[in-house]
Design a protein around this ligand. Structure first.
Ligand code: GRF
Length: 203
């Protein structure tokens, strides 16, 4: 099976997935890492691990539709079974999302449906929640609202800053995202209408 990962920056979730795929010998390969920014530092890690990298600068496209069309063409050249959004900071158009229906995952740094959108750790601190976390979900046209695949939670401490809280959440992201991707490539995870189906592990 083939996986394409989209990033915009640091790419630590991509890195966790690549390490798991290689270390745990998944029945899948990471076919490409694609970024909308040439300066995404994660591209270096991917290249150093022998993974083809591509940059499609969104700024060079006049409209979202054109950018998404170019991105789709690039992705589909690798014929992926799964597209993984890992800190990919672009809102995707509905036709693009439809095209990858049931085969595109995202990770969001909050316990959805709480705190969709940006600055999730700031939102959590402002709300005074005692538990915060991360969510892996299938991507649907409704931003940050797709069917939930996996979640992890962390405590929020009295004196947390946004950065400290983000770090605590990120550690859990690196646990649940590789796990969810592995479920998918093993054929255990699927989207069935609006529901997530997860089959038990083979004995
Ligand atoms: C992560 O917190 C992810 O949940 C969010 O953006 C951040 C990306 O971090 N969507 P990285 O690029 O994977 O290190």
């Amino acid at each position: 099976r083939s996986i394409v990962i989209l990033i915009s920056g640091r790419g630590s979730n991509m890195e966790a997935i690549v390490r798991a795929a290689q270390g745990e010998q998944w029945p899948a390969k990471i076919s490409a890492v694609i970024s909308n920014r040439a300066d995404a530092s994660g591209l270096e890690f991917a290249a150093a691990h022998g993974i083809p990298t591509e940059v499609i600068p969104n700024r060079e496209y006049a409209t979202r539709d054109r950018f998404d069309a170019a991105l789709r063409e690039k992705i589909d050249a690798y014929a992926p079974d799964l597209v993984v959004l890992a800190g990919f900071m672009r809102i995707l158009t509905a036709p693009f999302v439809e095209h990858y229906k049931g085969r595109m995952l995202n990770i969001h740094p909050s316990l959805l449906p709480s705190f969709p959108g940006l600055a999730t750790h700031r939102q959590a601190l402002a709300a005074g929640v005692k538990l915060h976390g991360a969510t892996v979900h299938f991507v649907t046209p409704d931003l940050d609202h797709g069917p939930i695949v996996a979640q992890a939670c962390v405590p929020v401490q009295e004196d947390d800053s946004e950065e400290v809280l983000a770090e605590r959440v990120l550690e859990q992201e690196h646990v649940i995202y590789p796990r969810a991707v592995r479920w998918f490539v093993e054929g255990r995870l699927a989207l069935d209408g609006a529901r997530v189906r997860l089959a038990p592990a083979a004995a």
